[in-house]
Design a binder for this molecule. Structure first.
Ligand SMILES: N[C@@H](CCC(=O)N[C@@H](CS)C(=O)NCC(=O)O)C(=O)O
Length: 205
């Protein structure tokens, strides 16, 4: 059975959501952030040397990185390609892979810079300019894609929507979504899916 090392308040709830979408049995080991530093507790390092979440264990395998975890879970459990295009359709699969890696690879960094500045209460001019411009670039790009699409690949929900939903929800938390009503609507659509509601019902958000 899959064991998910789950740190509360962060991206790991999106992996819980994925496990719920796949309708597989899984166990959660829940970790709580340090109340002052907001960092993960040291015992998460026992699961994986980086001490970050999500991490899954499956038999002898220990896997970190949310995108890699998504790929692994799809490969193992989504045998009917409910959540991603088949590899035989290389063009569709290529587009899927791009959107799967885009949130962590490109969108998260400027959001993190913005978040750290907000937390510190100090605006560093160059960082502020960089993060604001990059956030605008990425969210305009996502909004353009979602202009005539219900989900990031088109009319059908796919595993690429987990990460895109994550970065949009983080942008909302940081007050960066006011100019993007279509992204708010997309967020509402995804976060009202029964599998996400079931993930929340585990009480570990
Ligand atoms: N790129 C990694 C990022 C993992 C990561 O940084 N996770 C955060 C939670 S959202 C974490 O564990 N932070 C705790 C810490 O750094 O102390 C992924 O996609 O899984």
């Amino acid at each position: 059975m899959i064991l998910l090392h789950h740190l509360r308040i962060g991206r790991s709830i999106f992996t819980v959501w994925q496990l719920e979408e796949l309708a597989i049995d899984y166990e959660l080991k829940v970790y709580h952030r340090h109340p002052e530093t907001f960092r993960a507790p040291d015992d998460l390092r026992l699961a994986h040397p980086l001490g970050k979440s999500p991490v899954i264990e499956d038999g002898g395998l220990v896997l970190s990185e949310s995108g890699a975890i998504t790929s692994y879970l799809l490969e193992k459990f989504d045998t009917e390609n409910q959540f991603s295009p088949a590899r035989s359709d290389l063009v569709a699969w290529g587009e899927f892979t791009q959107w799967l890696h885009y949130p962590e690879g490109s969108v998260f960094a400027p959001l993190l810079i913005k978040m750290l500045q907000m937390r510190s209460g100090q605006a560093h001019e160059a960082l502020e300019k960089f993060s604001s411009n990059e956030i605008k670039l990425h969210f305009q790009h996502i909004a353009e894609k979602l202009d005539d699409r219900e989900f990031i690949l088109g009319g059908r929900f796919s595993a690429a929507d987990f990460g895109i939903t994550y970065v949009i929800s983080l942008a909302k938390r940081l007050g960066q979504l006011d100019d993007y009503p279509s992204l708010e609507a997309y967020l509402g659509r995804n976060l009202s899916r029964p599998a996400y509601v079931r993930a929340l019902e585990r009480g570990v958000e």
